[in-house]
Design a binder for this molecule. Structure first.
Ligand code: ARG
Length: 461
C-alpha cells in the first residue's frame, strides 16, 4: 500500500489512528506557531542550499519561495488555518506548502528533521527577542541616567538593614540601579554568542547522507557558524537555560527596584510620587493610590525564576539526543520573553515620570543620625583612634536621641564635652551636604562624582 495519509504524520507506519486526546496532548502548534516566521526563514535557507547542491531544481526552489511567501502573508493576516492534526508549526507549514505547490513542497524536508529544525527556530526566535529586550534595557538605562542627572545633588538617607545609615545622593542611588542593568546587558550579549550557532544539518541526530553545505545555510541565516556535533545540536538547550538565567537576574533587579519604589511611595517614607497613569485605586477605599506597576513587576519576577527551574529540570538526566521532553522548553521560554519585554517597558515608561520629594528625603537623612560616621572620621583626623572615636560618637548620638536633636543641632560646648579636639569646623562635617561632598573618590556618592559617572555612562550607552 503506497497511499499517503495527509491527515496524519508518519501514518503509514501506524495501524490505527492516534487517540483524539493524545493528538491534542502531544501537539505543540498552539504555542510553537509563535515561531512561524523563524520556521519559514529557516526553510528558505535550507531550500536555497538544497538547490545549490542539486537536490532541488531552480523551478522547485522558486515554487517553494513563492509558497512560503504566501504562507507568511497568510499568517501575518491571521488567515492561516492551524491544525492540531498537523501537530506543530513545522508540519502545519509544510502541509500548507504542499497544498499550495504540490510535489516540491514534499521535497523541502530532504536532509532535515524537525529536530534540527526546531532547535534552529528557537535560536532564531531568541536572537530576535534578545534584540528587543536589549532595546528596552537601553531605554530604561537612559531614563535612569536622565533622572540621576537631575537628582545628582538630591540628598537622601542611604540604608543598611533598612535603617538610616549614611547620607547619599539620589542620583547615586539611581546609578546603582543603572550598574545592575549594565551587567544584565553583558550577560545577554554573552549568551547571544552561544545562541548564534546553527544546529541545522544535524537532521534527526546523526547528520545526513546528502552533501549539504552548512556554511551556506549558516551564512544565509546570519549564524556565526554551524554547530560541531549533530547529537549535541538537536539536544542542547543550555542556551535557553542561560537566557532564562540572565532573564531571571533582570527580573530580580527589577523586583529590587520595585520594592524600593513601593516603600518610597508609602506615607511612612514619602520620598517619591509615581504618576497616576502608573497607579490604580482601590474598589473600596477612596483615598488609595496603589503603586501597581512596581508591585506587579515584583510579582512577575517569580514566574521567570520559576521558568528557569522548569528548564533546568526539563534537561536534567535527558539522554542524548532529541527527546519529546524538549517540546516543553517553549512555553517557559516564550513567557520569559514576554515578561521581560513588558516589565522593562513598563519601567522605562514610568521612570521619567517619577517625582522625587526632595525635602522629605533630606529630612529623613537628617533624622537618622546619618552623619555619625562623619563625626567619627572627623575625630580620627584630629588624632583619635577610630575605635575610641566610635565610642565618643555613640555618646553624642545618645544625647541627640534623649533631646530629640540631630548631631548638627547639638551645640559646640555640648560636643566639646565629648572631646576637646572638636572645633567649630565640625559643623561642616555634620551637615549632610558636607558628608556627601567628601565622598568624591571613584564610586563615591559626591554630586561631582555622580555627574562624572553619568558622563562616562552616557558615552558608553
Ligand atoms: N514539536 C517538537 C518540539 O517542539 C518538534 C520536534 C519534534 N520531533 C520529533 N521527533 N517528534 O520539540
Amino acid at each position: 500500500m503506497t497511499s499517503v495519509n495527509t491527515e496524519k504524520l508518519s501514518s503509514a507506519r501506524f495501524a490505527e489512528a492516534t487517540d483524539a486526546f493524545v493528538e491534542e496532548f502531544t501537539s505543540s502548534v498552539n504555542f510553537d506557531c509563535r515561531m512561524a516566521q523563524q520556521d519559514i526563514q529557516g526553510s528558505l535557507a535550507h531550500a536555497a542550499m538544497l538547490c545549490k547542491i542539486g537536490i532541488l531544481s531552480d523551478q522547485e526552489l522558486s515554487d517553494i519561495q513563492c509558497g512560503l511567501q504566501q504562507i507568511s502573508t497568510e499568517i501575518e493576516r491571521g488567515e492561516f488555518v492551524w491544525s492540531v492534526k498537523q501537530e506543530d508549526v513545522h508540519m502545519n507549514i509544510e502541509a500548507r506548502l504542499t497544498e499550495l505547490i504540490g510535489i516540491a513542497g514534499k521535497k523541502l524536508h530532504t536532509g532535515r528533521s524537525r529536530n534540527d529544525q526546531v532547535a534552529t527556530d528557537i535560536r532564531l526566535y531568541l536572537r530576535q527577542a534578545i534584540g528587543t529586550i536589549l532595546d528596552q534595557l537601553q531605554r530604561l538605562q537612559l531614563a535612569l541616567l536622565n533622572l540621576a542627572e537631575r537628582e545628582a545633588d538630591t540628598i537622601m538617607p542611604g540604608f543598611t538593614h533598612l535603617q538610616v545609615a549614611q547620607p547619599v545622593t539620589f542620583g547615586h542611588h539611581l546609578m546603582a540601579w543603572f550598574e545592575m542593568l549594565c551587567r544584565d546587558k553583558e550577560r545577554l550579549q554573552d549568551c547571544s554568542k552561544r545562541i548564534n550557532v546553527m544546529p541545522l544539518g544535524a537532521a534527526a541526530l546523526a547528520g545526513t547522507s546528502y552533501p549539504i553545505d552548512r556554511y551556506m545555510t549558516a551564512e544565509l541565516l546570519g549564524f556565526s557558524r554551524p554547530s560541531n556535533n549533530s547529537l549535541d545540536s538537536v539536544s542542547d538547550r543550555d542556551f535557553a537555560i542561560e537566557f532564562t538565567a540572565a532573564g531571571s537576574l533582570i527580573m530580580l533587579h527589577l523586583s529590587r527596584f520595585s520594592e524600593e519604589l513601593v516603600l518610597w511611595t508609602s506615607a511612612q517614607f514619602n520620598f517619591i510620587e509615581i504618576p497616576d497613569a502608573f497607579c490604580t485605586g482601590s474598589s473600596i477605599m477612596p483615598q488609595k493610590k496603589n503603586p501597581d506597576v512596581p508591585e506587579l513587576v515584583r510579582g512577575k519576577s517569580g514566574r521567570v525564576a520559576g521558568h528557569l527551574m522548569s528548564l533546568l529540570m526539563l534537561m536534567k538526566s535527558q539522554p542524548l539526543a532529541y527527546n519529546k521532553d524538549n517540546q516543553e522548553d517553549k512555553e517557559p521560554l516564550f513567557d520569559t520573553v514576554d515578561t521581560l519585554i513588558n516589565s522593562l517597558r513598563a519601567f522605562a515608561d514610568m521612570m521619567p515620570n517619577i517625582k522625587p520629594k526632595r525635602a522629605n528625603m533630606y529630612q529623613a537623612a537628617k533624622r537618622g543620625f546619618a552623619t555619625a560616621t562623619d563625626l567619627a572620621d572627623y575625630l580620627v583626623r584630629k588624632g583619635m583612634a577610630f575605635r575610641d572615636a566610635h565610642e565618643v560618637v555613640g555618646q553624642a548620638v545618645r544625647l541627640g536621641l534623649d533631646t530629640d536633636r540631630d548631631l548638627s543641632e547639638l551645640s559646640l560646648p555640648e560636643l566639646q564635652a565629648f572631646s576637646g579636639t572638636i572645633n567649630v569646623d565640625v559643623f561642616d562635617t555634620l551637615k549632610l551636604e558636607g558628608s556627601v561632598a567628601s565622598r568624591k573618590h571613584i564610586g563615591g556618592t559626591a554630586p561631582e562624582t555622580v555627574r562624572q559617572a553619568i558622563t562616562t555612562a552616557r558615552a558608553q550607552l
